[in-house]
Design a protein around this ligand. Sequence first.
Ligand code: GUN
Length: 297
Amino acid sequence: MSARIIDGKEFAARLRARVAATTAELKSAHGITPGLAVVLVGEDPASAVYVKSKGKAAHEDGLRAYDIRHPATLSQEALLAQIRDLNADASVHGILVQMPLPSQIDPQAIIAAIDPLKDVDGFHPLNAGRLMSGEYGVSHGLVACTPLGCMMLLKDVLGDLTGKDAVVIGRSNIVGKPIAQLLLQESCTVTIAHSRTRDLAALCARADILVAAVGRAEMVRGSWIKPGATIIDVGINRIEVDGKNKLVGDVAYAEAAEIAGAITPVPGGVGPMTIACLLRNTVVAAALQAGLNPPAI
Ligand code: GUN
């Protein structure tokens, strides 16, 4: 069997067309231009690439983008002062502080300082808690961008997810934990696996839905996968092949595609969805801050 390739790039383009249309409507009907501030501390090359593409995408879809850079030596106090300024700036509807942060800065302190209404990452304890208590689903609220994008793809491929066995590999606050909550809301039976999990291969063999978010190149082998399963590969790992840099996921793609029913490629799967969902969250945040009903995008 050869798996269906889940084209995240194409799905994200359609989502971004809806983001652009809603942005145009917010402008013409209400005089609001959704504004996104992206803050990068330090010069990590991968983070710099992500931040640049986030700003570029925002601009392309008609949002206002603020690209804020700080040296790696920035103090926590200075970053908190920056967050306070952005919270108070009415032209900024979404704030994203790129993770990871340098070691002198406590990420939780920064996330907690962001106005929850401007928390387009969905990382603030209030938004994470609302997700946990079932208040936020795939179509409401400020839900973490990568998990939201993965769920949109899963629902597009599978429709109703009720009763499916879902295994999430990875327990990060950015991906593993929130996507497990979203899968649970869709009535999946969810298992979260991590670095201390015993016999991961046997666990994966039960999964109708397998989400890999560990950051280890090609860790999930084809032989682990249940025939016909849907595979969502969140990993973006740079490896060297024949002296050349190559991007690969957490799943051994060629092997997995022989067994799975559907699979996201790397690149071109989850990555474009993360950016599209960030823009979606910013537009939703702008509408909510203006007291409007959240647009259905
Ligand atoms: N670093 C890796 N992914 C993300 C993300 O979704 N948001 C932020 N703020 N930082 C990240």
